[in-house]
Design a protein around this ligand. Structure first.
Ligand code: 6GU
Length: 226
């Protein structure tokens, strides 16, 4: 998989890809991340990438020309499956979207800033608009990092067996059950006995029941979908 990220603030985005699972996925050659500083595609002498909005109103708007130059330049080199715009008014990200995107080959992610981009960018270049939740961030960069993390960890071979995505919360519209590790007793607080029993069938049944209970209590909206 190859992901091209277009941003006005590449430095805000780089560190998540320099640690942990994402770093390992890149080092193993399973994913390539390329950052493109929109400022490098500015067309006038002032390196301008934003301007006042027509009709008046507070806040700057990201101009179409630098974005066109960047996206069209990338598209001339390879075919992209999706051109994604990170924006608070997009479709809210969930595990289904992450699963779907993890199967793609090449993605472009455009990070919104200021008031957002000229509507013509959305009309003519963007294939999908994604938000990460109902709250406002200063820009799309942190949202893009979240999106990339959810996608990349799902690429086959990125996670080892012990970190398998199959047992994650949300993977089957269920939260994960409680988990424990050694010691079996700490300050008198004990681990549920069944987990120490070695009876895998009973342990599996207990985990399923606990996951169900947790989902009903904490996320009745997920439970209703079943
Ligand atoms: Cl994708 N961008 C911004 N600026 N704020 C957000 C968001 C995206 N998702 C949730 N809030």
């Amino acid at each position: 998989m190859r992901i091209d990220i277009i941003t006005v603030l590449p430095e805000l985005l780089q560190s998540p890809f320099e640690a942990s699972i994402l770093k390992r996925a890149i080092e193993k050659g399973m994913v390539e991340i390329h950052f493109h500083n929109l400022r490098d595609y500015a067309t006038n002498n002032y390196k301008q990438i934003d301007d006042y909005q027509f009709g008046g109103g507070a806040g700057m708007v990201m101009m179409i020309e630098p974005i066109d130059k960047c996206i069209s330049g990338l598209k001339a080199q390879r075919t992209y499956d999706e051109v994604i715009y990170m924006t608070p008014d997009g479709v809210t990200l969930n595990q289904n979207i992450a699963n779907e995107l993890s199967l793609k080959g090449n993605l472009i992610i455009l990070c919104g800033h200021y008031k957002g981009v000229d509507q013509r960018v959305r009309d003519h270049f963007i294939t999908r608009e994604i938000s990460i939740g109902d709250y406002v961030l200063s820009g799309g960069e942190l949202a893009a990092a979240v999106l990339c993390d959810t996608i990349i960890r799902l690429i086959p071979g990125v996670l080892s067996n012990e970190t398998s995505a199959l047992t994650d919360s949300f993977q089957d519209d269920m939260l994960a059950p409680p988990i424990y590790t050694r010691p079996a007793e700490y300050k008198g607080w004990e681990v549920p006995e069944i987990l120490l029993s070695g009876n895998t069938a009973k342990i599996e049944a207990w985990r399923e029941a606990e996951a169900l209970k947790r989902t009903q209590e904490r996320r009745p909206d997920l439970y209703a979908k079943e």
